[in-house]
Design a protein around this ligand. Structure first.
Ligand code: ZN
Length: 151
């Protein structure tokens, strides 16, 4: 064990528990531009995601579901960085997050883009849980694909 890392993990755990216990952006949208259900059968995690578009941007995103703390916290954290993004920007964030899970070296700027979602980087030490963390992000990708073209 390297000294210092323990404290960092503790801080990250607090972020995750906070999002697990008080998930953000769970209110259902009345007229979503798209919605998807995603399931991680390995853990029993379920995610329901809705997107509301304003022109080219994700104006609203709703995530609800049930399952382990990692899957649910990831969904909540995701909503905070995806809102206001274009589909291309949101997909780029997904690639960054996947890189984080796969142990790629991200630059400080890239880590900044992920904001509090970097709290999940410890998950990469537990390969079986990576699917839990990626569930919401793959739901997002599907939801973006299903957004009806504007107009
Ligand atoms: Zn899980």
């Amino acid at each position: 064990m390297q000294s210092g890392l323990g404290d960092l993990d503790e801080l990250y755990q607090e972020v995750l528990l906070d999002h697990y216990r008080n998930p953000r952006n769970t209110d259902r949208l009345e007229e979503p531009a798209s919605e998807v259900d995603a399931v991680n059968p390995f853990c029993g995690d379920e995610i329901h995601m809705q997107l509301g578009m304003d022109g080219e941007r994700v104006a609203k995103i709703s995530v609800s579901g049930q399952g382990c703390s990692i899957s649910q916290a990831t969904g909540s954290l995701l909503t905070e960085i995806v809102e206001g993004k274009t589909p291309d920007e949101a997909r780029a964030l997904r690639e960054l997050f996947r890189g984080l899970m796969m142990g790629e070296d991200l630059t400080d700027d890239q880590l900044d883009e992920l904001e509090d979602s970097v709290a999940l980087q410890g998950v990469r030490r537990f390969p079986v849980r990576i699917k839990c963390a990626l569930l919401s992000w793959s739901a997002l990708s599907d939801a973006l694909d299903k957004v009806a073209p504007a107009g």
